[in-house]
Design a binder for this molecule. Sequence first.
Ligand SMILES: Cc1cc2nc3c(=O)[nH]c(=O)nc-3n(C[C@H](O)[C@H](O)[C@H](O)COP(=O)(O)OP(=O)(O)OC[C@H]3O[C@@H](n4cnc5c(N)ncnc54)[C@H](O)[C@@H]3O)c2cc1C
Length: 459
Amino acid sequence: MFDYDLIIIGAGVGGHAAALHARAQGLKTAIVEARDMGGTCVNRGCIPSKALLAAAGKVRELQAKEHLRALGISVGDLQFDRAQIAHHATRTVEKLRNALTNSLQQLGVDVIQGRGKIAGIQKVEVNDRVYTAQDIIIATGSQPFVPPGIEVDGKTVFTSDEGIKLDWLPQWIAIIGSGYIGLEFSDIYTALGCEITMIEALDTLMPGFDPDIAKLAERVLIKPRDIETYTGVLAKKVIPGSPVIIELSNGEILEVDACLVATGRVPLSADLGLETVGLTPNKRGFIEVDDRMATGVEHLWAIGDVTGKMMLAHAASAQGIAVVENICGRHRTVDYSSIPATVFTHPEIGFVGLTEPQAQAKAEAEGFTIGVTRSSFKGNSKAIAEGETEGIAKVIYRQDDRTLLGVHILGLHASDLIHEAAQAIANRLTVDQLAFQVHAHPTLSEVLDEAYKQVLHSH
Ligand SMILES: Cc1cc2nc3c(=O)[nH]c(=O)nc-3n(C[C@H](O)[C@H](O)[C@H](O)COP(=O)(O)OP(=O)(O)OC[C@H]3O[C@@H](n4cnc5c(N)ncnc54)[C@H](O)[C@@H]3O)c2cc1C
């Protein structure tokens, strides 16, 4: 009856995960991609940025002469090659894009290159041809948001799309936005010798983070580096050129060599033919879905950044698997409270669940009290041996049933450490159960162990 059991529009990480899981369930599946296989994460996001951060991290390490001297190591003057670092990122992207494309082909997913549009219930149009499918998933992702007044030329004023190419190293670069993308790029650029001016419209840096983490990040990741900061200041106008001219809302004019616009991302939901099925995205352009990823239109589902639930690669994949389960008639939801988020600065940040203000608000609304405990990397044997003791772990929990509400870590390998807390939240473990679990010694994971034990000892 139908050309396919399932057509997925968008071959990003969300669409990819859905396609693989659909094939595992025996569904005849096609995936439509207008641009590069792998979407934002593989081509313009997670992967190239982490490749650049890996190189930048090594440069930072080798330049930390005092730190090395304390370990008995001395190195001469360090050389690095910008073009080779950029090449490392490009090669990594190609490798992962090929692996992703091959995995789809090997499992028998039909890849249709072209822009997909909904053409009515259970219909998708690509390259003037209409395909029918029992179910359709929209996984079209997002793109950088550029606020009004900012002109992007892709060379001197650019977004992360161009930034990840590392085409040049501007001597002085303004970064607009202090979210995770702005922070990661500031880590790359400062390691490679650039000076930065970070401009944040809200009153504090890193407004989405737990306040203790934001404060510590300012002390560890911003203050000691070549980064000047503005908070509560809007970049009203940005004009590309040499120099780039930035007009700030406080009346100041900055003249810099380049400007990275890292002011968030917007969903790709326009021109998708949604009107043919009577679906309207919300005011911010996101396609709203219920906890099964259903859009409300029969046989039409949506996952990933375009839903705005949690704009992270692994959240998109988790939704991709869950939606296929629902399509197969098995109820499955995604537990967003246990999905960790990470920032790959040096040192890293990892967090899961609620920030302290969010937990406090929930506690007031629902009538319980919260407990907060913190432990430091300064007392951790492994961190001391590494000579990298900057960092904290902060655990927020309910006083009544002792389950975790949120865990926030800034410190060495925080992006790996956070997973134990994510599992604990997913499995509704109590802080007391966690305190009795055994962590290998000496490991960084004992930072969390210490935080859990503090709760036990304080009662
Ligand atoms: C610089 C940067 C760093 C990041 N780092 C991380 C990180 O470290 N960890 C993390 O979890 N997340 C990270 N992210 C976020 C992550 O990339 C996204 O959350 C993730 O890519 C979302 O996946 P998706 O499948 O929803 O959409 P996308 O990856 O955006 O894929 C959507 C795909 O759909 C295609 N498409 C759109 N419209 C159509 C159409 N009409 N027809 C056909 N195809 C279409 C697009 O071309 C695209 O390929 C980063 C993002 C950026 C920008």
